[in-house]
Design a protein around this ligand. Structure first.
Ligand SMILES: [Zn+2]
Length: 128
């Protein structure tokens, strides 16, 4: 069950939708940068082991950004599916309504703050 009003739901749907295009752009830019600053390109003309590690590091960092952006885009699609099926704004773990303020801050939230903290602690990563 969701505690969201129709106008709140519409605002969140708009926020999700507006986030998609910049994300797609970031992913495109990231992929382009990976091609231009990729391993082989950075290494062209050098066989130095230090340059090799720097090049590898840059590629990994860039990859991590693209992977994170792609993950966020997937979260948005998942949130839009939940909006369409009427489960958006309901915690997937405890079925409580997720507060509107939390959804505005984090429109792809699947869990209430309590369950998210439990989930993140279990996974050993930061709460968002
Ligand atoms: Zn919960």
């Amino acid at each position: 069950m969701s505690a969201l009003s129709t106008s709140e739901r519409e605002k969140l749907a708009r926020m999700l939708s507006e986030r998609k295009e910049p994300l797609r752009e970031e992913i495109r830019t990231g992929l382009k940068r990976m091609r231009t600053e990729g391993y082989e390109e950075l290494l062209s003309g050098t066989s130095d082991a230090g340059d090799r590690s720097i090049a590898k590091l840059l590629t990994d960092v860039n990859n991590a950004e693209v992977v994170r952006d792609a993950g966020e885009l997937q979260d948005i699609f998942a949130a839009e599916t939940r909006l369409a099926t009427g489960t958006y704004g309901t915690c997937i773990d405890c079925d409580s309504p997720i507060p509107y303020a939390r959804l505005v801050a984090y429109p792809t939230a699947k869990r209430c703050l309590g369950c998210q903290q439990t989930h993140e602690t279990a996974r050993g990563s930061a709460v968002r």
